[in-house]
Design a protein around this ligand. Sequence first.
Ligand SMILES: [Ca+2]
Ligand SMILES: [Ca+2]
Length: 71
Amino acid sequence: MADTSEYAATFDLVDSDDDQRISAAELGRLMEVLGSPLSEEKAAAAVAEIDGDGDGLISLEEFAQYMNRTA
Ligand SMILES: [Ca+2]
Ligand SMILES: [Ca+2]
C-alpha cells in the first residue's frame, strides 16, 4: 500500500472538481498551467498509464503508486 498522504495536496490541486478522481481533462489543464500543454490523446494516454484499475480515472491511491514508481 502506497503512502498517499504525501501526495494528497498535489492530488487535490489537480482534482479541480473535487470528485477524488483525476480525469484526462484535469490532467490536460494541469499541464497547460505548467506550460507544457498536452493534446487530448496524450492526456488520455498519460491517464491510462497511471490508471491501475482501468476505470479511466486516477484515484489518489493510483497517483501515489505512480509517483512512488517514478521517484
Ligand atoms: Ca476530478
Ligand atoms: Ca483508476
